[in-house]
Write a protein that binds this ligand. Structure first.
Ligand SMILES: Nc1ncnc2c1ncn2[C@@H]1O[C@H](COP(=O)(O)OP(=O)(O)O)[C@@H](O)[C@H]1O
Ligand SMILES: Cc1ncc(COP(=O)(O)OP(=O)(O)O)c(N)n1
Length: 271
């Protein structure tokens, strides 16, 4: 029986905590075969990002093409996209291959702008292109620093409203960077509202938590979940991931990726 397949379009984190490495760990934890289109190689450890090498845009597009034509992922996630020309190449490839709104393959768009150390992962002149891409997304998943940059507020409801005006089907505004005893994320399509709520775990080792949440949503969407189902499962998974995070290196350690309690199960339909 062939496995469910998902694609991540993302940057590489040499420290192994975030980016496509976190996405692949998460896909594997859900029993999903992970494929990649690499946008950039970051020179990164637990302390800082010290350099970024961008992949030529046409090669990013080609990675998407060959994966789509051969492995046929059931859902796609984007992370670090680096530059406006790379975003343009990705958007073109998505339209060509039916990824995102207007197509049949769900798209989880994590608008990664900076690392948790404050180092940029998106060129400032690419912000408009990134926002234009939101209209393709099934769901956009910014953290509160990103909502501040993208729509000028850290208020979760106000941010979600402003994000939805840019055209995604859903906004999922993450609350990990908030304070207080709960870590609450808001999922809304403008008419329904779902609060994903968990106890805040007292740790500085949350590197890769945003990628892990988005990748878990993508894995479950690839297996056929609705977005609300996928987000609820993914929230339970990322809470376990933060609870199993660990210290490695001198800075912020990564979240853990234990096998998912609710993996993706392929249902074989007899022909
Ligand atoms: N200390 C924590 N305890 C529990 N959940 C957390 C904690 N930090 C982050 N999360 C959760 O991890 C996910 C990623 O959130 P966030 O840190 O806001 O995004 P990012 O990693 O993109 O900056 C969210 O579901 C958030 O609620
Ligand atoms: C290459 C690369 N991509 C993404 C990130 C940021 O990861 P994310 O999980 O969104 O955020 P943190 O949990 O690390 O704040 C990265 N650092 N590198």
């Amino acid at each position: 029986m062939s496995p469910v397949v998902a694609l991540t379009v993302a940057g590489s984190d040499s420290g192994g905590g975030a980016g496509l490495q976190a996405d692949l760990h998460t896909f594997a934890a859900f029993g999903v075969h992970g494929t990649t289109a690499v946008t950039a190689v970051t020179v990164q450890n637990t302390v800082a990002v010290s350099a970024v090498h961008e992949i030529p845009p046409h090669l990013v597009g080609e990675q998407i093409r060959v994966v789509m034509e051969d492995l046929r992922p059931g859902a796609v996630k984007t992370g670090m996209l680096a530059s406006a020309p790379i975003i343009q190449a990705i958007s073109d490839a998505f339209r060509r291959h039916g990824i995102g709104r207007g197509g049949t393959i769900p798209l989880v768009l994590d608008p990664v702008c900076a690392s948790m150390h404050g180092n940029p992962l998106l060129r400032p002149d690419a912000l408009a292109e990134l926002k234009a891409m939101f209209a393709l997304a099934t769901v956009v998943t910014p953290n509160l620093d990103e909502t501040q940059l993208l729509v000028g507020t850290r208020d979760q409801r106000a941010a979600a409203r402003a994000l939805l005006e840019l055209g995604p089907q859903y906004a999922l505004v993450k609350g990990g960077h908030d304070s207080g005893p709960r870590s609450r994320d808001l999922l809304t399509d403008g008419s329904t509202e779902l609060w994903l709520d968990a106890a805040r775990i007292d740790t500085g080792n949350t590197h890769g938590s945003g990628d892990t949440l988005g990748a878990a949503i993508t894995a479950r969407l690839a297996g056929g979940d609705t977005l609300a189902e996928a987000a609820a499962v993914a929230k339970r998974y990322v809470t376990t991931a933060v609870a199993t995070s660990y210290s490695v290196g001198a800075g912020h350690g990564p979240v853990g990726h234990p096998p998912a309690a609710e993996p993706v199960v392929r249902v074989e339909v007899p022909s």
